[in-house]
Design a protein around this ligand. Structure first.
Ligand code: KIV
Ligand code: ZN
Length: 530
């Protein structure tokens, strides 16, 4: 395998190596259960596909409903660059309706299809091969009377008997089809089989040079993209695909994957498309929002983890050179930048990098302490956001000179009171432990502190809020204590609200203790903060 250098420039282009992208998000994609889109959403997606450089937009199945007809017709009216295509069965009414829908297009295509496999002919069509053959000829002829751009598909092509497939393909081309699609309708084929099929059909059919061959692969065995690429290697020059790979059952080949496979591995696949790849992530989001189909996190190219690294080893590698763990630049697919996700697998290098990115500078010991806290937090929580890091660094700096430190806390809470807290504190170097009850767990925690560090300060404010989202977010607690006419406020964050409460209370108490010590110390010591 050659080296994996991310693609930054467009490779050399020849017409023979150009692969036409036929997007069927609005037809095969919309056919998948639950993906129905509104008229406006369809117009929006079509405009985006056109802008992205899609060559052919299959906008719908006009005979299916008036809504589909209207959408195809309006997309045909509005589209400026792409060919607008409508799907049609082989019947005369279907073809005529499709022709009417694409009429407003600058360039329109009729895509007509008919099953050719034994199982489909027998059970679905209830026709014999000769009848099917004749219908191929009559349907393509009728379509061709409406437009010069006609595509014919042999539905269930990969399960069709080879000689019959070749006869139908030859007849369709003779009747005027300019594109021949051999779909893997049920996602059954393997890449080597699909390669051989295209190679043999193209070699066997005498007029095969008069049509563009097209691949259309479903993903039932997870091979839609691999099969599409295999077909292209065998001479197909049109790929039928959908954004995010949505489509019937397990979906279709994903547009973003076939496009980027050809770009990133141009050494193996010396083909090119007109797609502006920097729009791929945007397109994925738009289609996901319109269909309400979430994009799987680890989806190739457009999944939110496609350019995210959490493992310490990978983050370290990425910081040294992005090529260590990325085969394409995130910008080439419209992702602003790689994200180093801070989590329990992140190492010191990534932590320091993150602090620098956030403009936080810590000295040696502070950094060590912050890193230990970060690891402890990462062990307890799934997502660590910048605010979490800010909170723990802040706490780390503020509490460096604390006289009273929390060593441990256990609280028993629940419906069967009284709530009880057990707390261990380091008070000026001495470890002390105490237990207390309270009217609720927070009260028990504060009572514990009062018996460990007796004081007169009064609680003026106790406030809790979540620093970040989710039930595993850090709780930030603010406590204000008033003592001898002065108020001291402290904040603390922790995924455990009671721990954050104890730390915030102790923070305010520390301020009072330190102030009292400063007030009573001889002037030289007070100035030095001792
Ligand atoms: O999967 C298929 O065979 C199709 C045809 C209509 C092309 O979607
Ligand atoms: Zn399909």
């Amino acid at each position: 395998m050659s080296t994996t250098t991310p693609s930054t420039t467009s490779p050399a282009k020849s017409d023979a190596d150009r692969v036409v992208i036929f997007d069927t998000t609005l037809r095969d994609g919309e056919q998948c259960p639950g993906a129905t889109m509104t008229f406006e959403e369809k117009l929006n997606i079509a405009a985006m596909l056109d802008e992205m450089g899609v060559d052919i937009i299959e906008a719908g199945f006009p005979i299916a409903s008036d809504g589909d007809f209207e959408a195809v017709s309006e997309i045909a009216r509005r589209t400026t660059n792409a060919v607008v295509c409508g799907l049609s069965r082989a019947g005369a009414k279907d073809i005529d309706r499709c022709a009417e829908a694409i009429k407003p297009a600058k360039r329109g295509r009729i895509h007509t299809f008919l099953s050719t496999s034994p199982v489909h002919m027998k059970h679905k069509l209830q026709m014999d091969p000769q009848q099917v053959y004749e219908l191929v000829v009559s349907s393509v002829t009728r379509a061709r009377n409406h437009t010069d751009d006609v595509e014919w598909s042999s539905e269930d092509g990969t399960r069709t008997e080879f000689d019959f497939l070749c006869r139908c393909v030859e007849a369709a081309i003779k009747a005027g089809a300019t594109t021949i699609n051999i779909p893997d309708t049920v996602g059954y084929t393997f890449p080597d089989e699909y390669y051989d099929l295209f190679k043999r059909v193209r070699e066997t059919v005498p007029n095969s040079d008069q049509a563009v061959f097209s691949v259309h692969c479903h993903n039932d065995l997870g091979m839609a993209v691999a099969n599409s690429i295999a077909g292209v290697r065998a001479g197909a020059r049109q790929i039928e695909c959908t954004v995010n790979g949505i489509g019937e059952r397990a979906g279709n080949a994903a547009l973003e994957e076939v496009v980027m496979a050809m770009r990133v591995r141009h050494d193996k696949l010396p083909y090119w498309t007109r797609i502006n790849s920097t729009m791929l992530t945007h397109a994925s989001k738009v289609v996901s929002a319109a269909t309400s189909f979430p994009v799987q996190y680890n989806k190739a190219i457009v999944g939110r983890n496609a350019f995210a690294h959490e493992s310490g080893i990978h983050q370290d590698g990425m910081l040294k050179n992005a090529q260590t763990y990325e085969i394409m630049l995130p910008e080439t697919v419209g992702v602003k930048q790689t994200s180093l996700v801070m989590g329990k697998h992140s190492g010191r290098h990534a932590f320091i990098h993150k602090l620098e990115e956030m403009g936080l500078k810590l000295s040696g010991n502070q950094l060590e302490d912050a890193f230990v806290r970060f690891k402890a937090l990462a062990d307890r929580t799934k997502h660590i956001y910048d605010e979490d890091i800010e909170a723990l660094v802040d706490e780390n700096m503020v509490h460096a000179h604390d006289r009273i430190k929390l060593l441990s806390l256990t609280v028993i809470a629940g419906t069967h009171g009284p709530q009880r807290a057990t707390m261990k504190l380091d008070i000026e170097g001495q470890t002390r432990i105490e237990e207390a009850e309270g009217n609720g767990p927070v009260d028990a925690v504060f009572n514990c502190i009062k018996s460990l560090v007796p004081h007169e300060a009064k609680l003026e404010l106790y406030q809790v809020h979540a620093v970040t989202e989710g039930t595993d977010a850090q709780a930030e607690v603010s406590v204000r204590l008033s003592h001898e006419g002065r108020s001291m406020t402290a904040r603390a964050a922790d995924p455990d609200t009671l721990v954050a409460s104890a730390k915030a209370y102790l923070g305010a108490l520390n301020k009072i203790v330190m102030k009292r010590q400063r007030d009573t110390a001889p002037p030289a010591q007070a100035a030095a903060g001792h």
